[in-house]
Design a protein around this ligand. Structure first.
Ligand code: TRP
Length: 341
């Protein structure tokens, strides 16, 4: 049996380059290896967990995220793409798992603490937000996922999911598969935003390049990126470390030719005599080599949204059947089959 991979994204907006290098790119590689049974989920309920009073934002983002998936090369003939809310078994599994984790443990997850602060939830924390890691455990275990490719910040959430699985299995036997997070290396695991390495790329900080940005938007954003604050005149020697333009070049240059060119630019920049604009122009070229094919595939699917909806409908039907099997096993393990003869 092939190993199972499951991963997902909250539909709160279009996906950006941080999502791409942090997770989407890896998913496409894993998908194309043919070694795995892969599920990709649009986590609309998890997005509603902190947007209960703004559901329109989630509805508006749902197809955008699906388009981003298809655009980067997630292929519905190889990967099951589905919508979380269309799989009722996930709600029930969440409830069954809730007894296997306690409040203090959820409150101690570093990612959750950070997210609570970012959302201003310190005083009024929605229960749905506090408990999203439990629902995420349902997402993962419903499909028997072994591997969960996520950005670095989600690794502690997968860790708690592992604990829930172990606690459940200790009680009921070997029912659930214990998942493992797959996290990228280097700056890819937390791509900085356009204006410095302290902030990660994020929609809320307005420092992102979106997969759906036009070439003009990409170029304008790159031109606004921060470089080395001390590199004032072209002749000055510049710093490459901590310079987001060079960090992006390192992350996105893929071909041998691009890598050689980046090495040359770095050397010249550090010596002095290379202006920021020249480096940025090259970054635009490198980013376009990544983004142009994505943009083109997105445009094709945008022409046929009925087809996109059909992909999601088929994927959700398939996911529903698989999740129901797990749910039946769980109900039986707990012993809820009182009325069966
Ligand atoms: N919490 C994830 C994020 O914010 C999204 C997500 C929901 C997810 N369910 C999942 C990721 C299951 C991996 C597996 O990015």
């Amino acid at each position: 049996m092939k190993k199972v991979i499951l991963t997902g994204d909250r539909p709160t907006g279009k996906l950006h380059l941080g999502h791409y290098v942090g997770s989407l790119k890896k998913r496409v590689e894993l998908q194309n290896s043919g070694l795995y049974d892969m599920y990709v989920m649009i986590a609309d309920e998890q997005a509603l967990a902190d947007n209960a009073r703004n559901p329109q934002k989630i509805r508006d983002s749902l197809l955008e995220v699906a388009l981003d998936y298809l655009a980067v090369g997630i292929d519905p003939s190889k990967t099951t793409i589905f919508i979380q809310s269309q799989i009722p078994a996930l709600y029930e599994l969440t409830f069954h798992y809730s007894g296997f984790v306690h409040l203090g443990r959820l409150q101690r997850i570093p990612t959750l603490k950070q997210e609570i602060k970012e959302r201003g939830f310190e005083k009024e924390l929605p229960i749905s937000w506090l408990t999203y890691p439990i629902s995420q455990c349902a997402d993962i275990t419903a499909f028997g996922a072994h591997l969960v490719p996520v950005g670095q910040d989600q690794a502690p959430v997968v860790e708690i999911d592992r604990e829930i699985v172990r606690a459940f299995n200790r009680q009921y036997g070997d029912i659930l598969v214990e998942p493992e997070a797959v996290v990228p290396d280097g700056f890819a695991k937390r791509l900085p935003g356009l204006y410095g390495i302290d902030d990660k790329m994020s929609k809320s900080l307005d420092n992102a390049i979106y997969l759906s940005d036009s070439p003009e938007e990409v170029a304008a954003k790159v031109m606004k990126m921060y470089t080395d604050a001390d590199h004032i005149r072209v002749e000055d020697a510049g710093k490459v470390e901590g310079n987001v333009v060079f960090i992006y070049l390192d992350v996105f240059a893929e071909t041998a030719e691009q890598k050689t060119k980046v090495a040359e630019l770095k050397e010249q920049y550090q010596k002095g005599g290379l202006g920021d604009v020249a480096v940025k122009k090259y970054l635009i070229e490198v980013l376009e080599s990544v983004l142009a094919p994505i943009r083109q595939r997105r445009a094709e699917y945008e022409q046929d949204l009925d087809k996109v909806r059909a992909i999601l409908r088929d994927g959700s039907a398939k996911a529903d059947a698989v999740a129901n099997q797990t749910l039946q096993k769980v109900r039986e393990a707990i012993g809820l089959n009182y009325l069966e003869q």
